[in-house]
Design a protein around this ligand. Sequence first.
Ligand SMILES: *[C@@H]1O[C@H](CO)[C@@H](O)[C@H](O)[C@H]1NC(C)=O
Ligand SMILES: *[C@@H]1O[C@H](CO)[C@@H](O)[C@H](O)[C@H]1NC(C)=O
Ligand SMILES: *[C@@H]1O[C@H](CO)[C@@H](O)[C@H](O)[C@H]1NC(C)=O
Ligand SMILES: *[C@@H]1O[C@H](CO)[C@@H](O)[C@H](O)[C@H]1NC(C)=O
Ligand SMILES: *[C@@H]1O[C@H](CO)[C@@H](O)[C@H](O)[C@H]1NC(C)=O
Ligand SMILES: *[C@@H]1O[C@H](CO)[C@@H](O)[C@H](O)[C@H]1NC(C)=O
Ligand SMILES: *[C@@H]1O[C@H](CO)[C@@H](O)[C@H](O)[C@H]1NC(C)=O
Length: 926
Amino acid sequence: MAFEGKMRNSVWIFLVSFATLILRVSGSNCTSSSSLVGLKTDFLMVQHQLRGSLEILDDCTFRVTKFDMLAGTDVYWWGSLGEDFENMTNGFPVSNTKLNQTYRNDTLEVTLQKNYTWEEFKVLSVWDKPTGSDFGHVLLEYYIPETVEYGPPPESGFDGEPPEPAPAPGPASAWAPSANAPSYADEPALAPPEVVLSGQKQPTMFDNCISLTSTFRLRWTLNTVAGTIDVGLEAALSKSQYMAFAWAQTGLKKGFMLGADAVVAGMDEKGLPFAEDYYLGDYAECSWDTNSPSGVCPDSIFAGGYNMGANNTKLVYGQEVDGITLIRYQRTLQGVDATFDVTINTTSSMQVIWAMGMMKPPDLIKHNRTPQNHGPSYGYRKLNVGESVDECLGPMVANTPQTDVVVADRGTTIVVGSDVAVHYPNPPFPKKVLYINQKESPLLRVERGVPVDFSIQAGHDIAFYITSDPLGGATNASEIIYAGGPEVHGVPVIPYPLTWLPNRSTPDLVYYQDYFTQKRGWKMEVVDGGLSDMYNSSAPLADNRVTLFWTVNSNRIYLAVRGEVKSGYLAIAFGSGMVNSFSYVGWVDDQGVGHIEAYWMDGKSASSIHPTGEELSDKKCETRNGIVTFEFSRPLQPSCSKGTLCKNVIDPATPLKVVWALGDAWTSDELTDGNMHTDFSSRSTLISFLLGAAKVEQLQPVLAVHGFMMFIAWGLLLPGGVLGARYLKHLDSNGWFEIHMYSQLSALVVMLLGLLFAVAELHGFNTRTAHMKVGLASIILACWQAINGYLRPSKSVPGEPERTQRTVWQYVHMYTGRSALLLGFISLVTGISQLAERDGVGTMKPLQWALFAWFFAVAAIVGYVEFQGFCSKRHQDTVVFDRILGSEEDVQDLSPHNGSSFFSRDSKDSHPSPARGMEIQLEALH
Ligand SMILES: *[C@@H]1O[C@H](CO)[C@@H](O)[C@H](O)[C@H]1NC(C)=O
Ligand SMILES: *[C@@H]1O[C@H](CO)[C@@H](O)[C@H](O)[C@H]1NC(C)=O
Ligand SMILES: *[C@@H]1O[C@H](CO)[C@@H](O)[C@H](O)[C@H]1NC(C)=O
Ligand SMILES: *[C@@H]1O[C@H](CO)[C@@H](O)[C@H](O)[C@H]1NC(C)=O
Ligand SMILES: *[C@@H]1O[C@H](CO)[C@@H](O)[C@H](O)[C@H]1NC(C)=O
Ligand SMILES: *[C@@H]1O[C@H](CO)[C@@H](O)[C@H](O)[C@H]1NC(C)=O
Ligand SMILES: *[C@@H]1O[C@H](CO)[C@@H](O)[C@H](O)[C@H]1NC(C)=O
């Protein structure tokens, strides 16, 4: 069979070549002797959203149709012997035609230079000479499937594999399944008998395309494999966004989403593509429960677990190039599953819907990616996939192509290492490239006048240098070398230190490269008047994501804030938290205009942000490569006499606490909770503006110790002593009393020590806050308990009635003790919030909840014991509970079961049950 197939192919090739040789009517004066004449193939997209189909017309002419490309610098038709890095860099321009613009669905007819023939190169690429970039290329060879089988069914019909292409430096992050992948190549076998020989088809090429929105396109091709449709979803997705496309159930007039047969696609956390068959069961997130599935879930969840029958979506290909994600998947036109799949009719218009939204990554609880609500980015329309449509003109442009940026600040060292190339920004590339501060070939930004310290540790085969040549490798005779050279190499153990000072004459763009091999490094942006140049002092704020720069003179302060924000706003605030602070927010709006506003915040919601209208001068806000910088100046002392705003004083001599926040979007109009910060500093940074010094606040250890000691006293020892007094009366002699006394006394000691710690740390007593007031009250009560316990009236002689003094004392001691416990609990809770506030760590909710849980657990045990005692007293009159529940100082009351019930004993003791008192108090705690 295979042999027969090969025979047939050879015969076809021969026939077709022969036919083209004879019949070809060429527009130029060239002959048509090459066997490649007649080849039709697609360009592989590598960069610049290049798409197009190539046809070789004759020995010196080729035609490119449907040609899309984003403009480059100096772009040529480029020939090379292979697809690999070395062969491509050693290539040559094969035509005098230049590609000097952006192309949109263009048709070009190109003539080879006179001295070239098709046999002299194997790869034709679109090559940007100055940057050595391959935008896209074709292999000049026929694509021949090895075995050919006729007819359906599609699943089993094609069991051959396309010849393994040479490992090519393709798009930076492209992926296609390797083994047993559904082929996206045209199969001559399935084509009609009048055979068209073709080169390899590219997964980026589709027959049809419509624009769903300006940033979301749907492409498709029918019957690549008979009875299937290949769908390409193409969108400018940010990280952790998904795109979804669905056919609605037939016959719906509205509410198209319910019951729709969707595919959710995108790039996952690891940068791998996915396309999964979903069913929209409900307007909700997936429950991931195979027993009662609900929401937007994969078909397999609805079909009861991972049942292959329910899955008719095959991921074919995925890539992210120039910030545009393209996912290609294939599905059968016929639904596999009557309930969860919609059968696609290629002769009629059907309702289709789409959406884009955020995707929750898998976590410990849910091992799946969960698509979130899409918000406003969705829509629907009628579509007949059987019609031939092309509505997409030109390449799509991503607003914010994602690039890594490393900024070289004064006093920091840039670590230069090397590692395997994965997402090198400019294919083709060698196997190993430079890593800067562990980022793969990022954009490195340096400032004129600020020396940059490098620590070169990329291995002895790589020598670091800074050059004007984008390619490096010291191959360009006219390049200017700014620093480094062949001797600048090191390893992590013995790094080579290199310092470079960019000066006034350094151009805006230079390159860090390897002296020996081309294209191992990337761009270095040299900026003017860098912040560290213009401001006298600077300090990274807590967590090192935001840097503050400042200059103070006698009455003004000049501030600059710089932070890594992909898009959105950046804010700093003076205070230990965002709440009750004066904050300054910088953002760049949709039109690219920068804004800075001052606010006073007295709460966490959007409604508690009040613009202060403060007059700021020297305002400047810009965003560049994912870094927002804003600058302003303000008087140290606001010029007003009363009101909140007058508190907005900066005293350069006293250290001031500074925190930062950043988030998705800000506006000077009505703010919504959506504007609230999505990320903020974990603690505040203490900045001394006059000294130019900064210190990140640590969790205050002394106060934490204070809190811990108070917990030991109020959470363990005191309640323990009280419970001991209540439940351990059956112990021999005065055992319970000793337990009670010792635990309460040690609690008192721990408590007073804890108080001492706090007083020492805060330099004195003050009772400004609720915590201090309540805490002091509880400590006073505790001391009073110790005193009155010492002064307790003696007990009556056994047999005689209880003395009134003693009874009164018992009441007083019991209720004061319980009030003290309650106050102690309150001060523990308020203490935690206050500690959280001081440290600017936002909240300590978990700790508070743990405290509550602890108290409820104790309360529940007490309640349980009381209840048991109550029941057994009533029903079985046992000794044990009588003992356990013996009333206070009821030491002699060991003479058991006198038939007294709980209540009758109360009456005997002539005071109400302490148990009831305890129960009431517990309820109060709830
Ligand atoms: C083809 O040859 C003819 C005459 O030999 C000449 O007039 C014409 O310009 C040539 N065309 C091209 C494209 O070279
Ligand atoms: C360059 O291409 C030729 C021809 O395809 C191939 O034999 C050679 O191995 C390639 N060079 C490298 C370094 O891969
Ligand atoms: C590109 O080159 C062509 C021909 O040389 C010229 O007509 C065209 O104006 C150029 N386009 C740009 C954008 O420079
Ligand atoms: C073809 O001619 C160009 C200049 O016209 C020259 O640079 C190139 O090396 C030549 N190529 C061959 C294979 O002769
Ligand atoms: C769907 O099928 C494809 C191949 O047929 C497989 O790779 C994929 O894991 C399946 N998905 C699920 C959710 O079962
Ligand atoms: C597809 O739609 C056409 C026109 O509405 C209809 O005649 C045809 O029966 C449909 N085909 C299938 C398979 O449902
Ligand atoms: C692109 O060009 C082809 C002809 O080459 C044409 O059929 C198609 O409509 C064009 N597409 C757009 C979007 O203009």
